[in-house]
Design a protein around this ligand. Structure first.
Ligand SMILES: C[S@@+](CC[C@H](N)C(=O)[O-])C[C@H]1O[C@@H](n2cnc3c(N)ncnc32)[C@H](O)[C@@H]1O
Length: 308
């Protein structure tokens, strides 16, 4: 597909294929961010981010491959890197590049460094701990900035976009990736005694996020333009990964719905909450870890924006 296509593109990826998120609604790591969900430690979020990267690795690689870059950038910044899903995809795609991973979480960056060492990539990765709401670290002049599922967490993302714009090398590219809501895992008629449970959990989660994470689901195109970028491409990917034979998808569903529970437990009906808890029960035959009817369904949108 043309990286310069002006209109959003619908792209259906095959099961077990490639990946990425969309707007309107939330982050597919559906999973994960400190501002998103109350009561979660960074370990839980890190686990979800790692599973997200594992399950959707092909989708992520396809997004990186789609970016309109004539040559390989030598210096890349991964803004809100988490545990490094984007960092490692970018290192793989651009073998000459070094990546600076920036995140507020020391624990995520530690995990990222450990993974880099395990893969012999430590010389190509620099980590910078910074809360980008309060501090803008020295990042040099990157040719590519990657911001996946992180912008909507910023207190003032428009200010962040202006900072990114000014720090990019002339002609440099910003890739913004955002997710369309929490991923879905269950068939619509499951669980048998409470069909539609996942939909009701999502509706409750959406109400929570509308109040607490107002930038989630934004249309980033106009905001990129307002920050001085020329938007060269926008791509929406519908992700559908069948999970019947993937233990990682069971673990991903479990971690994600455990996290979702903390947001919605207070507003679900007692019957729905009990059904959700049966799904989360590791020992239950109906629990997520033992089901063979799971899939990952989500939507992700990528914007490619150029500094003139
Ligand atoms: C949902 S995670 C996405 C991580 C990673 N980009 C990925 O796609 O897997 C969002 C990340 O943004 C980071 N983050 C959120 N607000 C931030 C801020 N103000 N400054 C720096 N990092 C922030 C979080 O710590 C978290 O690692």
């Amino acid at each position: 597909m043309s990286p310069t296509a002006p209109r959003p593109e619908r792209h259906h990826d095959a099961p077990h294929g490639s990946h990425r998120p969309g707007p309107g609604k939330e982050r597919a790591h559906g999973a994960g961010h400190a501002h998103d969900h109350p009561g979660h430690d960074s370990g839980t979020q890190a686990e979800i981010l790692d599973l997200d990267a594992e399950v959707l690795a092909g989708h992520l690689a396809s997004v990186v491959a789609w970016l309109p870059l004539a040559g390989g950038p030598r210096h890349v910044v991964d803004l809100g890197s988490g545990t490094g899903a984007g960092t490692f995809a970018l290192l793989a795609r651009f073998p000459e590049a070094r990546v600076t991973a920036v995140d507020a979480s020391a624990a995520h960056l530690q995990r990222l460094r450990e993974k880099a060492c395990a893969q012999g990539l430590e010389d190509r990765v620099r980590t910078v701990q910074a809360d980008l709401d309060t501090t803008w670290p020295e990042l040099g002049t990157p040719g590519l900035v990657w911001a996946s599922a992180s912008l909507h967490h910023m207190a003032d993302p428009d200010a962040t976009l202006r900072r990114v714009h000014d720090s990019l090398a002339p002609g440099g590219l910003l890739a913004v990736i955002e997710l369309a809501g929490f991923p879905r895992f269950l068939p619509e008629d499951a669980p048998a005694d409470r069909p539609g449970l996942e939909d009701r959990c999502h509706a409750a989660s959406e109400r929570y996020h509308a109040e607490h994470v107002p930038h989630r689901g934004a249309d980033w195109g106009p905001r990129l333009t307002a920050a001085g970028f020329a938007v060269e491409g926008e791509r929406t990917i519908e992700v559908h990964v069948e999970g019947s034979r993937s233990p990682a998808i069971g673990r991903y569903a479990l971690s994600s719905l455990e996290r979702l529970r903390t947001t919605v437990a207070g507003v679900l009906s007692p019957g729905d909450l009990a059904a959700l808890d049966r799904l989360l029960d590791h020992g239950s035959p109906d629990g997520l870890l033992h089901r063979d009817d799971l899939a990952v369904r989500t939507e992700r949108t990528v914007w490619a924006a150029r500094r003139a």
